[in-house]
Design a protein around this ligand. Structure first.
Ligand code: THU
Length: 139
């Protein structure tokens, strides 16, 4: 991953914090998802009074993209923190890792965790979801 692209994704993920709807947890998360074709989709978390229907930022980004015909992805950047203050990495929850597993190659899909343009680390999906169950298991 080129530094300039990583920075662009971090900027977009941070922008999404403005849209994050979090009246309950006040924990704001933003994501930027990169398609194989180089298009970027943003996503934010969207909470709900019934709690369960809450959608994470990562899944918002995936569902926006998939609902527009995208199926192949190269990377996602995730930022998050209480009241939108980015002090530590916001790692994806298990459900979001599983959604990534559905559409991404775990060996190559890059997950960028960031607190700023200057501070980020890149993991593969395989690193964050070892022995994951995916479409290949049903083939
Ligand atoms: N959240 C995300 O958006 N992504 C994750 O991977 C972890 C959690 C959101 C859901 C909820 O709105 C808030 O963070 C606190 O759990």
């Amino acid at each position: 991953m080129e530094k300039a692209l990583a920075e662009k994704m971090i900027d977009l993920a941070i922008e999404q914090l403005n849209f994050s709807y979090t009246p309950y947890s006040h924990f704001k998360v933003g994501a930027a998802l990169l398609t194989r074709g180089g298009k970027l989709y943003g996503g934010c978390n969207i909470e709900n009074a019934a709690y369960g229907p809450t959608n994470c930022a990562e899944r918002t980004a995936f569902f926006k993209a998939v609902s527009e015909g995208e199926r192949q992805f190269d990377a996602i950047c995730i930022v998050g923190g209480k009241d939108g203050v980015l002090t530590e990495y916001a790692a994806p929850c298990g459900v979001c890792r599983q959604v990534m597993m559905e559409f991404c190659n775990p060996e190559t899909f890059q997950i960028i965790l960031a607190t700023s343009r200057e501070q980020y680390e890149i993991f593969t999906l395989r690193e964050l979801l070892p022995l994951g169950f995916g479409p290949g298991n049903l083939a």
